[in-house]
Design a protein around this ligand. Sequence first.
Ligand SMILES: Cc1ncc(COP(=O)(O)O)c(C=O)c1O
Length: 299
Amino acid sequence: MEKTKYIWLNGKFVKWQQAKIHVLSHALHYGSAVFEGIRLYNTIKGPAIFRLNEHIERLFNSAKVFSMRIPFSKKDIKNAIIKLVKINKINQGYIRPIVFYGYGKMGLNPEGAELNIAIAVWPWGKYLKEKVKVIVSDFIRLHPQSVISTAKVSGYYVNSIFATMEAKKKKYDEAILLDFRGYVAEGPGENIFIVKKNTLYTPKPGSILLGITRDSVIKIAKDLGIKTFEKDISVKELLNADEAFFTGTAAEITPIFKIDKKLINKGKIGPITQKIKETFEKIVRAELKNYYKWLTFVK
Ligand SMILES: Cc1ncc(COP(=O)(O)O)c(C=O)c1O
């Protein structure tokens, strides 16, 4: 991965190579960390962070599931991110804040372990290909009674890693995970939408992370006059979709052209996907004034 000069660690800017933690950190052993992935875009008005407020809200909400008491305000963290972007002189990339239980306690109760917070930023281009072929994974998404699905917890990502590795092993680009009932849930790090008869459908909350890009797409679609419904989507409906695409901070809007052996829209990017993708791209280049509220310009 491409490096930058500084990482913010517990309130201080430290050199990238010096941002280190102990091998007996609680989060390393048990996954007791919460994090965010945020994109920094190079817009026509300079670098801008996409939906910073919503990401910081979700970070603090995720921290609540572990009763983590973050010793900084949301405003402090937003300011630290903006300053980090500036001192690293970066104009596009990915921002990764992480709150984690560190050294000082072994065993499953993290109480007594030190609480750390770090923020890194680095240049990052496309996460997935222009359009992807996907498998319906043999792994299912975590049961909503096993975890708190709306929190972005590091430990949950073992499930995502397994599904991703399965897809790669089968020479596909990405996976789709079903929920415990057999309905479509999401990708390993993406939400999913399907198009049927010019209408969008996306899985209901329950077994999914409530993605900020998912929310953005629902709002963009509304503005474009396209209806969206949250509903249970069966595998049959998925395979018979007119179009399908992933959404996510890393994946942005990624069209799906093949699911298992079935081509979607004859393997071509469909018109609704294209329209949403183009609008999203205009928004993140700051070409649409109506959506400036989603951009935090770094001046
Ligand atoms: C499991 C999972 N689902 C969905 C998403 C998409 O969420 P967002 O659009 O907020 O990045 C992500 C990425 O954060 C994710 O890890």
